[in-house]
Design a protein around this ligand. Structure first.
Ligand SMILES: *Cc1c(COP(=O)(O)O)cnc(C)c1O
Length: 396
C-alpha cells in the first residue's frame, strides 16, 4: 500500500489518482513500481491449499501482481467494479462481446464503429447465430425502435471511428437500462479521463491500451472495465478464454498510465491547434473534430466529455487520388500508418463508403485522419504546407 487508498483518493484529482492508483510499494520491498511477474505455474504450500485454492494467485492466466496493479488502477480511474486485460484492443472487444452474446441473440452496433468490431460481428458472431443490426450514430433515444425482445447489447463509440460523429450515450443508456440491454462502449478516443464511462450509463467500457495508455507505439493491449452488474460475467468470460496480456506490455502500460493525463492534455492542445490551422486552409473543406464549436457534435461533446484527444479528421476539397498521394508522399514528419495515440504524428487516408450500411458516407472530397504527436506545431504545419504545395503541383 502507498499510504493513500482508493476511497481516500475518490475526492482527489485525476492526476493524483494516476500517480498513486494500483501501486503497492511495501508489497515490493518499497520499490515504487510493481515489477514484472512472469510465470505460468504458481506453487501451493501444501496439499490442503492445492485442494482449496485459497491463495491469491492460482495460475499465470488468472492474474499476477503486475496485472492486478494495472487492473486496479484502471478500475479506479474508470469508476468500475473491475477490469480485465487482453493482448490487444480488438481482443478486448471480443471478450466484451462474448461476455453478453448468446445464440439467437441480437446486437445493435453503431454504423461508425471501429471497422474490425464490425468484422467480428459479421463473421464470428454471425456464425454463432448472433444477428447484428447497424444503426445511425445520431439515433439517440430513437434506438428504442430497433430493440427487439432478443436484443442483448447496444454497442456505442463516440466519436465515431474515422468519421467523428458524436453519440448521445446517456440517452441510449437510459433506453437500454429500461429493457435490461447491456451498453458496451469503445471509449478509446476519450479514455476514462475525458469520458467517465460508467458514470454516463455504460456497462462495459473498452479501451485499446495500445493508443494513449501506451503513448509510445511500442505495445499492444486491451482493457475492459465493468460496472457491478456486468463484472461477474466479464470476469468469468475472460477467465474461460484465457485472453490474458503479456507481462512486459502490462508493465509498460503502467508506466504510461502515470503520465497519461499530461500527454492527453498536450495531445488535446496540439490537436486543436492543428485542427484550427487546417480549417483555415483553402485545400480543406471541413474539419471533423467535436471540440470545435461549429462541429455538428459539439453540443454533445461539451455536455458529456471533459476533453478531446489528438485524433481528428479532415475532408479535403475535391482532389484526385494522385494529388492526395503527392501530399502524403511529400510529408517528412507525419508517418503513414495505422494505430494512433503515440508521441509521433501520423496521417492516413480513409473512405467509409465500402462498409457503412445504415448511413451514407458521401463527403465532398478525400478524407484524411490525423493523430497529432508531440513535435513542435510550427514544424508540423510546415510539413503540411509542403504537402499541400505538392498536392497543388500535381495535375488533377
Ligand atoms: C486501435 C483501436 C482498437 C483496437 O486496438 P488494437 O490494440 O490495435 O487491437 C479498438 N478500437 C479503436 C477505436 C481503435 O482505434
Amino acid at each position: 500500500m502507498t499510504k493513500s487508498t482508493r476511497d481516500g483518493r475518490a475526492k482527489m484529482g485525476s492526476r493524483t489518482r494516476l500517480v498513486h492508483a494500483g501501486r503497492e510499494p511495501f508489497e515490493n520491498h518499497g520499490f515504487v513500481n510493481t515489477p514484472i511477474y512472469r510465470g505460468s505455474t504458481v506453487l501451493y504450500p501444501n496439499a490442503e491449499e492445492l485442494h482449496l485454492r485459497r491463495v491469491k494467485y492460482t495460475y499465470g492466466t488468472h492474474g499476477t501482481p503486475t496485472t492486478d496493479a494495472l487492473e486496479n488502477a484502471w478500475s479506479e480511474l474508470a469508476g468500475a467494479a473491475g477490469t480485465v486485460l487482453s493482448p490487444s484492443g480488438l481482443a478486448a472487444i471480443a471478450v466484451a462481446l462474448f461476455s453478453v452474446v448468446r445464440a439467437g441473440g441480437h446486437l445493435l452496433v453503431v454504423d461508425s464503429a471501429y471497422r474490425p468490431t464490425r468484422n467480428f460481428c459479421d463473421t464470428i458472431l454471425k456464425r454463432l447465430g448472433v444477428e447484428t443490426t447497424y444503426y445511425d450514430p445520431l439515433i439517440g433515444a430513437g434506438v428504442a425502435a430497433l430493440m427487439r425482445t432478443n436484443t442483448v447489447a447496444v454497442v456505442v463509440e463516440a466519436p465515431g471511428s474515422q468519421s467523428f460523429e458524436m453519440q448521445d450515450i446517456p440517452a441510449i443508456a437510459a433506453v437500454a437500462r429500461q429493457r435490461d440491454v447491456c451498453v458496451i462502449m469503445d471509449n478509446t478516443w476519450a479514455t476514462p479521463l475525458f469520458f467517465p464511462p460508467h458514470e454516463r450509463g455504460v456497462d462495459l467500457a473498452i479501451e485499446a491500451g495500445t493508443k494513449y495508455l501506451s503513448g509510445h507505439s511500442d505495445l499492444l493491449l486491451g482493457l475492459v472495465s465493468a460496472n457491478e452488474k456486468y463484472w461477474p460475467q466479464l470476469k468469468a468470460t475472460h477467465e474461460s478464454m484465457a485472453n490474458c496480456a503479456g507481462p512486459e506490455d502490462v508493465f509498460l502500460a503502467l508506466r504510461g498510465l502515470r503520465t497519461m493525463e499530461l500527454r492527453l492534455r498536450e495531445a488535446e492542445r496540439q490537436g486543436l491547434a492543428l485542427a484550427r490551422w487546417l480549417a483555415a486552409r483553402p485545400e480543406v473543406a471541413r474539419v471533423l473534430h467535436p471540440a470545435l464549436p461549429d462541429d455538428p457534435g459539439h453540443a454533445i461533446w461539451k455536455r458529456d466529455f471533459l476533453g478531446s484527444s489528438g485524433l481528428f479528421s479532415v475532408i479535403l476539397r475535391p482532389a484526385s487520388r494522385q494529388q492526395v498521394a503527392a501530399l502524403l508522399d511529400s510529408l517528412e514528419l507525419f508517418g503513414l500508418g495505422y494505430s494512433w495515440g503515440g508521441f509521433e504524428s501520423l496521417v492516413i487516408p480513409f473512405d467509409c463508403r465500402s462498409y457503412r450500411t445504415a448511413t451514407k458516407w458521401a463527403p465532398e472530397g478525400p478524407a484524411l485522419r490525423f493523430s497529432v504527436g508531440l513535435e513542435n506545431i510550427e514544424d508540423l504545419q510546415a510539413d503540411l504546407d509542403r504537402g499541400f504545395a505538392a498536392l497543388r503541383a500535381t495535375p488533377g
